[in-house]
Design a protein around this ligand. Structure first.
Ligand SMILES: CC(=O)N[C@H]1[C@@H](OP(=O)(O)OP(=O)(O)OC[C@H]2O[C@@H](n3ccc(=O)[nH]c3=O)[C@H](O)[C@@H]2O)O[C@H](CO)[C@@H](O)[C@@H]1O
Ligand SMILES: C=C(OP(=O)(O)O)C(=O)O
Length: 430
């Protein structure tokens, strides 16, 4: 995951955070949007409020690998994509295996080039992460899916478009990227498609809004039943990416774990779903003032009971961060991870910092309060990384977080933004 250099963060804890922070654009909205932009056969798509994160850099590389012109203007947080000439259906492993969002390029390749070849799909290693809902949906629309082994024993997936016609599709559980991929595949198929048990996440709705602006005919977003009437083509448009609710949740928890007070520009209480209620129960006070969310924590942290679920349930991507906060809560906290079966590697790292956490399958009990002390710890995945930053902010002494490419996959300018709030944190490449 580190590609030549190792990224690490050093955090010195014990400072209360104060001030104003800008919430980045949403990773899980911009990635499907980059996939959608490849469906426009003419013109240039302009995406604004793009988070400057490693996953976006990889997506830009991947868009270029299939023939698109893609320019990321980092200072302007704007991505311009001209997909008028795509010339390769291959998603090369050296780029695609580094982020999950690479699979969101498949519908565009099917419609524009008639096939997609996937040499590797990446993303955080969170246990089993199947793609059967995607494959089954593509097949129901008329595609064929085959797997071959390359010389090194790695599977290469070939998807051929065939005559793509609308049909009835479903997700066994409301998959986030599954819903986005099936909507895109149906948008340019002939006739009407119904997707049952579709995901309700705000990023899925933002993605639908972009596709509608491009000319797609989609209804039912946010209901669990999505209907797509196929159209002949989609046009390039300009769209502003919604704020990242997971980035917002992490900054709420930065205020919570340090006993600070922050103004989060662009954060929405509604988008936090049940996470907002759980954080309130822990002692966080919220004041939504238009598009600015004010948060502070003055009272001692109370323990919490968390069950992860699809939106508007408690987001699995905030489960690791709240595990870090609950280490300092006044009593035992209980966490039940229902979405992924391998998302507790964090517990071992927090133990190195003095935490007392018992893990049993997908359930964890965090015995708080335990003072945290600085240690050398490893980010095993993106949210493990953000949780360790939070723990470092509250720990006595210095915490070094290694394998921090994972953190950079999903959070922009972490050290700069936290430093502006009074934290002592540096990012290093070694
Ligand atoms: C790029 C992106 O948007 N990533 C997000 C997306 O991941 P992603 O879209 O991969 O997550 P899904 O919603 O698809 O996965 C949820 C669960 O469904 C299972 N499943 C999914 C698809 C499938 O075909 N078969 C299957 O069994 C997965 O193994 C997992 O247990 O949603 C997750 C859950 O909110 C978030 O943690 C990720 O940050
Ligand atoms: C699991 C995550 O991302 P991805 O699906 O891109 O691996 C995440 O954002 O925590």
């Amino acid at each position: 995951m580190t590609m030549g250099h190792e990224v690490r963060y050093r955090v010195s804890g014990g400072r209360r955070l104060h001030g104003t922070v800008f919430i980045q654009g949403a990773k899980n909205a911009v990635l499907p949007m980059i996939g959608a932009s490849l469906m426009a056969a003419t013109g240039r798509t302009v995406l604004r409020n793009v988070p400057i994160i490693e996953d976006v850099r990889r997506a830009v590389e991947l868009a270029r690998a299939v023939g698109a012109k893609a320019e990321l203007h980092e200072a302007e947080r704007t991505l311009v994509i001209d997909a008028s000439r795509l010339d390769s259906p291959v998603l090369p492993a050296d780029i695609a295996s580094r982020f999950r969002g690479s699979f969101l390029f498949v519908p565009a390749l099917l419609h524009r080039l008639g096939e997609a070849v996937i040499e590797g799909v990446g993303g955080c290693n969170l246990g089993s992460r199947n793609l059967d809902f995607h494959y089954n949906g593509f097949k129901r629309l008329g595609a064929t899916v085959t797997e071959q082994m390359d010389g090194g024993g790695n599977g290469i997936i070939h998807i051929k478009a065939g005559d793509m016609r609308g049909g009835t599709l479903y997700c066994d559980t409301p998959s986030h990227t599954g819903t986005e991929n099936l909507i895109m595949a149906a948008a340019l198929a002939r006739g009407t498609t119904l997707i049952k048990n579709a995901a309700l996440e705000p990023e899925v709705l933002d993605h639908i809004a972009l596709l509608q602006a491009m000319g797609a005919r989609i209804s039912g977003g946010g209901t669990g039943f999505i209907t797509v009437e196929g159209v002949d083509g989609l046009s390039a448009v300009e769209h502003t990416v919604m704020p990242d609710r997971i980035d917002a949740g992490v900054f709420v928890m930065a205020a919570a774990i340090t006993g600070g007070e922050l103004n989060l520009v662009g954060a929405s209480l509604e988008h936090l779903g049940v996470a907002a209620d759980k954080l309130e129960q822990m002692g966080v006070e919220f004041h939504q003032q238009g598009a600015v969310l004010q948060v502070r924590r003055e009272r001692p942290l109370r323990p919490i009971n968390v069950i992860t679920d699809e939106y508007p349930g408690f987001a699995t991507d905030l489960q690791s961060p709240i595990m870090a906060v609950s280490c300092l809560a006044d009593g035992p906290s209980y966490i039940y991870e229902r979405i992924f079966d391998g998302r507790f590697k964090l517990a071992g790292e927090l133990r190195k910092m003095g935490a007392d956490i018992e893990v049993n399958g997908n359930r964890a009990k965090v015995n708080g309060p335990r003072p945290l002390r600085g240690a050398e710890v490893q980010a095993h995945d993106l949210r493990c990384g953000s949780a360790l930053v939070l723990a470092g902010l509250a720990a006595e002494g210095e915490t070094t977080i290694t394998s921090a490419y994972y953190l950079d996959r999903g959070h922009a300018h972490t050290a700069e933004r936290l430093s502006q709030l009074g934290a002592e944190i540096v990012r290093e490449t070694v």
